[in-house]
Design a protein around this ligand. Sequence first.
Ligand code: NPQ
Ligand code: MG
Length: 370
Amino acid sequence: MSLIERIQLFHLRMPLVSPFETSFGSITTRDCILLHVFSEGASGWGECVADRDPGYAYETSGTAWHILEEFILPSIIGKDIPNPVDLQLQLKSIRGHAMAKAGLEMALWDLTGKQQERSVQALLGGKAAAVPVGVSVGIQASPQALVETVDKYLQAGYQRIKIKIKPGRDVEDVRAVRASFPQTLLQVDANSAYTISDTDALQALDGFGLLLIEQPLAEDDLWDHHRLQAMLNTPICLDESILSARHARQALEMGACRIINIKAGRVGGLSEARAIHDLCAAEGVPVWCGGMLETGVGRAANLALASLPQFLLPGDISATDRYYAEDITQERFVLNQDSTISVPQGHGLGVTINTSALKQYTLRELDYRV
Ligand code: NPQ
Ligand code: MG
């Protein structure tokens, strides 16, 4: 790469096309921070996926802004970072805050791709021209309403459905969807809403032919996931619990899961995400790409990542219109006939910013220079 001369931050708030409800709450807007890094005439964009509220993870757009402004940007401005994979080491003295770090790293991947006239897909080592995707469906008013929503997404062409569950809204929801769609690829995500004493409720899901049960227990609880996995036939997939390649190795050694959801933001960037992918490839463990309701910037990065060969299950990378009526990239991602989305082939992430849309959704900005 080259000398980091200037970094702009944009705190955005984007309206969602419909409310999204999970075990941790319901939202109608999505916050994120876009980063724009300048170096010797080139620039790159990245997205920090922390949201306004600490529902999915402890990081928020507020904490990420603080950590970026006070610690991360001062430690890299004016520095030469030859390769995005060097960033983790450079930021080693800043503990935690994976999403803040990952946002910057994504911008460095985009910048590097632009400088080298290569796609981020090629830089990461991905090959597939398009990747299989599914849709994540929030908790609906009733099981009947859920069936109608699922039907709408199946009509739109999604071949894999994930439904959000929580205690009291699990087996009847799954039963209703299964009764209407016996053959559909189906999985559930609890976002840590259960404890090991809810094993009965989770075992009740075992007979529905689910692809996986995602993150049933607490994020800091690999051990009880191991105990639960031993009592389930359905594979457990970990999301929130896996914050590094080391966690992934330990979870697999422990038998805490059989599948891993990879999100670059959760693990501190695309480099660590690729390291988890490589570990799982060596172990023969399937992975898939999670989603964080990204704008076109983060969506492009997810597509590049999900084109690596061990991404064997469909990703939570839906078409732009599943989340946003208007996006801040000029490109909109659409679902192909075969439930895939094409991987951008332009230099870097392969997206361009719609500056008027960016301006429209910006709550605050920061211009940081040497
Ligand atoms: C998951 N994503 O796999 C997450 C959860 C999630 C697509 O299901 C704002 C910020 C809203 C982060 C909603 C999907 C969110 C969010 C859901 C993360 O667990
Ligand atoms: Mg999840």
